[in-house]
Design a protein around this ligand. Structure first.
Ligand code: FAD
Length: 353
């Protein structure tokens, strides 16, 4: 294996672990700069915590609900996605549930969603990279050559299935901090990874047998066991084509996110009990007893950022040709995840030039 560098106009081999939005941002930039990128993702496709899931009536957003664009770079990116028809504004008036009162609580925030799924725009961002899905990396090694003091080491990645991939000049980890720490056991950089930076969340989709016809579509819940409730069936573009034509026939579907505190306590609780808890929450917030026809639960061990922690920033170990990024390095949320991927890619390129 020959290690090339950019000065000689030859490509550097980069491995990226994870295929969420931070990895997408980094991949796009590195490919645009002519680098060779291989992406390793344990799930079946790209998306990470932005993934939408298939349900009987269409798809539902069980992770990120929407995203905002407050910085110039990300605004430009979102504009491009909008022009390509991959992203749209969600023109929702949020409600607030506090002191047992549910009321509209309009704000100036512009909320974006993927046109039919939250992660729809990500696939194209990985164009040009070699993609390995269903590939959970569980062992990393950094192999140093002792031929000359000038020569650099290279990374080797091995998957849970026992397959090994070698010869990478640079490694970028984009997985949640707990998973990054496990992979980097023994490396000095692992000591800089914050503890409990991402908090858990139970996400529950409730399909109702009788519609509530409640006008609220997105509710910030300030009390009780949930923190967010959304009428998924009213979100643009989420229905199967057959239902899209006659939305009145579509069953009403609500998504409930339990709070981080409750989710942490109930991590091992059976999904049936979790969906009953979510149904009770929905009834209390809407002020009417809901009748559930079907429920779907998803447990996120690492969901959203613990805002009590100061962000640690994108992490680098120049000697090991290693970087760590992801939403948790810059304070959580989709936009920060994207920004962290851009920052990590820029710094890795600088190191090589
Ligand atoms: C319930 C919930 C609600 C949210 N709501 C919002 C919201 O409304 N607005 C907002 O802006 N943000 C929201 N977020 C946060 C947002 O989803 C994240 O900030 C963003 O998606 C993180 O992207 P990322 O690339 O940093 O990480 P991730 O999306 O987590 O990507 C990391 C990837 O690494 C993969 N991986 C992990 N370990 C390995 C391994 N060993 N080998 C291979 N692959 C591995 C994972 O499968 C994953 O695909 C929410 C998140 C959740 C879970």
């Amino acid at each position: 294996m020959v290690v090339f560098c950019c000065e000689r106009g030859v490509r550097v081999k980069i491995a990226i672990i994870g295929a969420g939005i931070s990895a997408a941002a980094a991949t796009k930039l590195l490919i645009a700069q002519g680098q060779s990128v291989s992406v390793f993702e344990k799930s079946r496709g790209p998306g990470g915590r932005m993934s939408s899931k298939r349900a009987s009536a269409g798809s539902f957003d069980f992770g990120a609900q929407y995203f905002t664009a407050r910085t110039g770079g990300f605004q430009q990116q979102v504009q491009q996605w909008q022009q390509q028809g991959l992203v749209q504004v969600w023109p929702v008036v949020p409600y607030s549930f506090s002191q047992s009162i549910l009321s509209p609580s309009a704000d100036d925030e512009i909320r974006y969603i993927g046109t039919s799924t939250m992660h729809q725009m990500l696939a194209a961002e990985f164009t040009g990279a070699t993609l390995h899905f269903d590939c959970k990396i569980n062992e990393l090694s950094f192999v140093c050559s002792n031929v000359s003091s000038q020569s650099r080491g290279q990374w080797q990645l091995c998957s849970e299935q026992g397959e090994c991939f070698g010869g990478f000049d640079l490694l970028l980890l984009t997985c949640p901090p707990e998973q990054a720490r496990q992979l980097l056991q023994g490396a000095a950089l692992s000591l800089q990874i914050p503890e409990q930076a991402l908090l858990p969340c139970w996400a529950v989709l409730l399909e109702l047998s009788t519609p509530t016809h409640h006008p609220a579509q997105a509710i910030f819940v300030q009390q009780g066991k949930s923190r967010w409730i959304a009428k998924q069936s009213a979100k643009p573009g989420r229905h199967h084509a057959r239902l899209q034509e006659n939305l009145n026939e579509a069953p009403e579907q609500w998504l409930v996110h339990l709070s981080p505190e409750v989710s942490a306590v109930e991590l091992e609780t059976m999904p049936e009990q979790i969906s009953a808890m979510a149904a009770l929450e929905l009834s209390q917030v809407l002020g009417t007893e809901v009748k559930v026809a079907a429920a779907l639960c998803h447990r996120w061990l690492y969901a959203s950022y613990n805002s009590e922690l100061p962000p640690c920033g994108v992490l680098f170990d120049h000697k090991l040709q290693l970087a760590l990024c992801g939403d948790w390095t810059l304070g959580g949320r989709v936009e920060n995840a994207w920004l962290s991927g851009v920052q990590a890619a820029q710094q890795l390129l600088q190191q090589q030039l």
